[in-house]
Design a protein around this ligand. Structure first.
Ligand code: ZN
Length: 385
C-alpha cells in the first residue's frame, strides 16, 4: 500500500487585528496496520530544534516503509513562537495569563464524572474480561470522547479560554496515539529525556545520553496528561483483580538549546527517534547512527538546581553534558557594582562550588542573573543503564 500524507490546517487563534494562527497537522499514514505515534514540537515557543527534527523524520518516512501512522505537529504553539521581545523569544509563558504552556494540559482522571461523561469504575466493571487489544482500542476512543465532552462543557456556552484552548486541541490530536514524543529544548542544554517511572527501562530505546525519571503523576505537562489515563486504568483494574500492561508511552524529549536549529544535529536526533520507532515495530528497517557510549539516568528528585546567591554577572565554566566532581568550580560571578579601589578578588569574583558529583544538564542562557535566578541544573546520584 502506498503512503498517504494527509495535511490539515487547524485554526487555533484569531488575532485582535485579524489574521489567524493555525496548527499544521501532518499525518503520515502507511495504510498498513500498526501503532500510532504522535510527535509535536515548540510548545515552548523558543524551543525550535524539534521542527527541523520533524522535517528530517518526514523525509525519511517518505522513502522507507513503516506500519501504522505517524502524526506530526511542528510549530505546535505558533502564538508562543511569535511572542518576541527584541531579539528574544518569550515563548515559555502565556503572556496573557503568565501560565507555563507546558503545565496547562488536562488530567482527565481528576475531572468529575459529569465533566467528562465517563465513569472509570463502570468502564472497568463492564470490561473486566474484555481481551486487552479490544480493551485498548475502546479506551483510546474513551479518552477522545472525554476530551470532547470536557471541551463542550468548558468552551461552548461561554467561549474558549485562551489558556487551555491550545493544550486541549493538542491532547485531542494525541488521543489516538500509542506513543507520544513532545519535543522541547532546555535554555543551554544537552540532550535528555523526561520519562515516567513505569517507562524507566524502555526510555533507553531512545538512545539519549541522559534521562530523568519522573513519578507516574500529573504535574500539568503533555507527557503526563497523555500517560495518566493509562496509569489510572492499570491501577483501578488491578484493584478490581486484573493485571494489565501499560503499553502506552510518552516522553518529553529535550533537544539541546533554545533559539537555534542545526541540521547536522537534527540528523542524529531524527535517527534516534526513527530507531525508537523501529524498536516499537513501526519502521521496517533500522537506521544507522552513533549511539552514546553510556546512557545515564537519575530520579527527578536528584535533578538539582543551583540558584544564584548573588546578583551580578556569572561566568559559566562547565558545559551541558559535562561530568562534575564535588568541589569543582562551576562558575564565577563578577559583581561589577561592588568593585572598589582595592579590586579585591574574593568579594568581587566569588566562586560557585559543586556540592556533589553529577552531570551538568542545563545552564541559564544569560550571564546577567539576579539573586535566586537559576544558574545550573545538574543530575546527581547518577545511574547507568
Ligand atoms: Zn520546553
Amino acid at each position: 500500500m502506498a503512503l498517504k500524507i494527509h495535511q490539515e490546517k487547524k485554526i487555533i487563534h484569531e488575532m485582535p487585528a485579524g489574521g489567524e494562527l493555525y496548527l499544521n497537522v501532518l499525518t503520515f499514514d502507511s495504510q498498513r496496520p500498526g501503532p500510532v505515534t504522535y510527535i509535536q514540537s515548540s510548545v515552548h515557543g523558543a524551543e525550535l530544534q524539534g521542527n527541523i527534527v520533524i522535517y528530517e523524520m518526514m523525509k525519511h518516512l517518505k522513502g522507507h516503509p513503516f506500519k501504522g501512522k505517524v502524526i506530526f505537529v511542528p510549530m505546535a504553539n505558533p502564538f508562543a513562537t511569535n511572542n518576541r521581545q527584541g531579539g528574544h523569544t518569550q515563548g515559555r509563558f502565556n503572556p496573557l495569563t503568565g501560565n507555563n504552556w507546558n503545565r496547562n494540559y488536562i488530567d482527565l482522571m481528576k475531572l468529575k464524572e459529569d465533566q467528562v461523561n465517563f465513569s472509570l469504575k463502570n468502564f472497568i466493571k463492564s470490561n473486566i474480561d474484555t481481551p486487552w487489544e479490544e480493551l485498548k482500542k475502546s479506551y483510546k476512543k474513551v479518552i477522545l470522547e472525554m476530551l470532547l465532552a470536557h471541551e463542550k462543557k468548558l468552551f461552548l456556552e461561554r467561549g474558549p479560554r485562551h489558556n487551555t484552548l491550545l493544550n486541549l486541541e493538542l491532547q485531542k490530536i494525541a488521543a489516538q496515539a500509542d506513543f507520544v514524543l513532545d519535543l522541547h529544548t532546555g535554555p543551554v542544554a544537552t540532550r535528555y529525556i523526561y520519562s515516567a517511572e513505569y517507562e524507566r527501562d524502555r526510555v533507553a530505546d531512545l538512545s539519549f545520553p541522559f534521562n530523568l525519571s519522573i513519578p507516574n503523576e500529573f504535574a500539568g505537562a503533555m507527557d503526563e496528561a497523555c500517560f495518566m489515563p493509562w496509569v489510572k486504568l492499570k491501577e483501578e483494574m488491578y484493584a478490581a483483580g486484573r493485571e494489565l500492561p501499560i503499553e502506552f508511552e510518552s516522553y518529553t524529549v529535550e533537544l539541546g538549546s533554545e533559539e537555534r536549529i542545526s541540521t547536522e544535529e537534527a540528523l542524529v536526533d531524527s535517527n534516534r527517534l526513527l530507531h525508537y520507532l523501529h524498536l516499537r515495530g513501526q519502521l521496517d528497517e533500522d537506521v544507522e547512527f552513533q549511539k552514546p557510549d553510556k546512557q545515564y539516568w537519575s530520579l527527578l528528585a536528584d535533578y538539582k538546581t543551583y540558584f544564584a546567591k548573588h546578583g551580578g554577572l556569572f561566568e559559566f565554566l562547565k558545559s551541558p553534558g559535562q561530568h562534575i566532581k564535588k568541589g569543582d568550580v562551576l562558575g564565577r560571578y563578577l559583581l561589577a557594582n561592588k568593585i572598589s579601589a582595592e579590586l579585591d578578588e574574593t568579594s568581587i569574583r566569588p566562586e560557585l562550588i559543586a556540592l556533589k558529583d553529577g552531570i551538568v544538564i542545563n545552564h541559564a542562557c544569560t550571564c546577567g542573573i539576579g539573586t535566586g535566578g537559576e544558574l545550573y541544573q545538574v543530575m546527581e546520584e547518577v545511574n547507568v543503564f
